[in-house]
Design a protein around this ligand. Structure first.
Ligand SMILES: [Zn+2]
Length: 325
């Protein structure tokens, strides 16, 4: 479903009315800043800093007492499980805005960016409140997930004395989920779709390379002026600044220049432990890829590897490396 020009104009006019407004509700901490929540948060995050959980250590720290981890800021005002299951507050203009998008077919939602600033450490007993403004709504954008709009909000956090203690910006994309089979399945079905690997951001400068991969070709971009190879694809030669280029095909032979083994955190769609290697390709450029069918302990710098292009899920092929036989 796509809006006609006139429908879109009307819709965007409706959206304008939301820009700059306060969303109409205040989020207040249900509990004062307290040791129990701090401890649980620190345990979940693996943060062993004594200033957060050990009163004696905290007394000797620059704070002189227990303080809350700054990154907990939003935790103090979250509404708990009721946020997911409760009725919408009719005064909540942010929910109203999202429903407006839903009604026009922009039913998908994904958080894309957040930024926080902490103006002081919170101490036990502080009580936090927050108000949120809808700061801006983007023009319509074509994104990897579908056509949509970015909504930017800014939340200001204050303490019991109405003094600002921090702020947070948050950006979500509301998009037409129907264009993307995977995204649609996630939002419309009770059964979650099988998680897939992260998709590359495709654009003018790199789409050709992925088109080659789709045809089982491992292409390497080459400068037409000085013949230097480069990867990943980009518009200009780093050696001579020429924007003219063609490409060669790699044999996929290489040696491991360096590697890491990723064990945590586990991003859905990947198999762990995940070996990620920088490979010196025989053609003379480097390439980052996964090494598969090998125990991480057996991977070595200098090991000869061979790339092959394989289907990693329904929609994507990727070059992966194996130990060369
Ligand atoms: Zn060049």
């Amino acid at each position: 479903m796509s809006l006609s020009g006139k429908e879109r104009e009307e819709f965007e006019k409706q959206l304008e009315a939301y820009v700059g407004i306060d969303i109409g509700i205040e989020d207040a901490s249900r509990d004062a800043v307290n040791q129990a929540m701090i401890r649980q948060w620190c345990e979940a995050m693996g943060d062993a800093c004594g200033a957060y959980t050990a009163p004696e250590a905290a007394a000797k720290s620059v704070h002189g007492e227990v303080v809350a981890p700054p990154a907990m800021l939003q935790a103090w005002i979250l509404g708990g499980v009721a946020m997911a299951t409760g009725e919408d507050d009719p005064r909540d203009k942010q929910r109203e805005l999202h429903r407006l998008f839903d009604a026009r077919g922009y039913t998908g939602v994904v958080a894309t960016n957040t930024e926080q600033e902490y103006l002081r450490y919170l101490k036990l007993g502080d009580r936090i409140r927050a108000r949120t403004q809808i700061e801006s709504i983007s023009e319509q954008k074509a994104t990897g997930l579908g056509i949509g709009y970015f909504i930017n909000t800014r939340t200001r956090f204050v303490d019991q004395n109405d003094k600002e203690v921090g702020w947070m910006t948050f950006r979500v994309l509301k998009f037409e989920a129907g264009d993307q089979p995977a995204a649609a399945a996630e939002s419309n079905s009770a059964v979650p779709a099988k998680p897939q690997r992260l998709r590359p951001a495709l654009g003018h400068d790199n789409r050709w390379w992925w088109d080659c991969v789709e045809k089982d070709e491992l292409a390497i971009q080459r400068c037409s002026a000085c013949a230097v190879l480069r990867h990943p694809p980009r518009p200009m030669c780093g050696e001579c600044q020429s924007t003219e280029w063609d490409y060669v095909f790699s044999s996929g032979e290489g040696t491991i220049h360096s590697y890491v083994v990723i064990r945590h955190p586990e991003v859905p769609g990947y198999t762990y432990p995940l070996v990620v290697a920088v490979v010196d390709l025989a053609e003379g450029t480097r390439f980052v890829g996964n090494v598969v069918d090998i125990e991480p302990e057996e991977v070595e710098i200098g090991m000869a590897v061979q790339a092959s292009i394989e289907r990693v899920d329904d929609e994507m092929k990727l070059p992966v490396f194996r130990r060369a036989s």
